[in-house]
Design a protein around this ligand. Structure first.
Ligand code: AMP
Length: 214
């Protein structure tokens, strides 16, 4: 299964990706996680990306495209992958397409998790993640267990200002790639409002109709 998860920041892509990769046995490739790792490791790529990320701005296409295309060329992606947070712009979608065509493979599905902007801000401001396990919590909707609370991290770009900027970017740069995939019959729209388990059921149902190419 070669698939993409698309949705606004805070739509639940990371949470759903963690569940789905277990079901399909494919690697979860999050461009945001890869960039945060590069920033933490202090690599050249990380240094370039850091300022953009802190502001909630998109990291330039040439930086992100090379990083993700190289990653999906690794052997663990030979039988599929789940892309989360990439592509986010039309040039990224086109570069992905070219890379897959060169490799002689094709996408099987693009899942769009839909959540209204008004709900996003509340979700994102309460979001906390565990740097040890990668688990994502919400202080109100998915409270973390007491023994991990002290090590949880509130992402620097999960503030109201940065989130508004990211939503803006989503509508301007990312939403336009939706028709690109819809036109090829790959798009599955899923309502992202509700408990994570409910949303997972909706995604699984939407994917049941997908014919997976080898
Ligand atoms: P995310 O974890 O997907 O919300 O990404 C966090 C931040 O990383 C974004 O706000 C961007 O600054 C950057 N980023 C992640 N993926 C991309 C991408 N595909 N293109 C450009 N910037 C990205």
């Amino acid at each position: 299964m070669r698939m993409i998860l698309i949705g606004p920041p805070g739509a639940g892509k990371g949470t759903q990706a963690q569940n789905l990769v277990t079901t399909f046995g494919i690697p979860h490739i999050s461009s945001g996680d890869m960039l945060r790792e590069a920033v933490a490791a202090g690599t050249e790529l990380g240094k370039t990306a850091a300022d953009f990320m802190k502001r909630g701005a998109l990291v330039p296409d040439d930086v992100v495209i090379g990083m993700v295309i190289e990653r999906i060329g690794k052997p663990d992606c030979a039988r599929g992958f789940m892309l989360d947070g990439f592509p986010r712009t039309r040039p990224q979608a086109e570069a992905l397409d070219e890379a897959l065509t060169r490799a002689g493979v094709a996408l099987d599905a693009v899942v769009l998790i839909e959540v209204a902007d008004e709900l996003i801000l509340e979700r994102v401001s309460g979001r906390r993640s565990d740097p040890v396990t990668g688990a994502i919590y919400h202080i109100k909707y998915k409270p973390p267990p007491a023994d991990v609370v002290d090590r949880l991290v509130h992402r620097a770009d999960d503030t109201a200002v940065a989130c508004t900027e990211r939503l803006d970017k989503y509508h301007r740069d990312t939403a336009p790639i939706i028709p690109f995939y819809a036109a090829r019959g790959l798009l599955k729209r899923v309502d992202g409002v509700g408990a994570p388990e409910e949303v997972l059921m909706r995604i699984s149902a939407a994917l049941q109709t997908v014919q997976v190419a080898s």
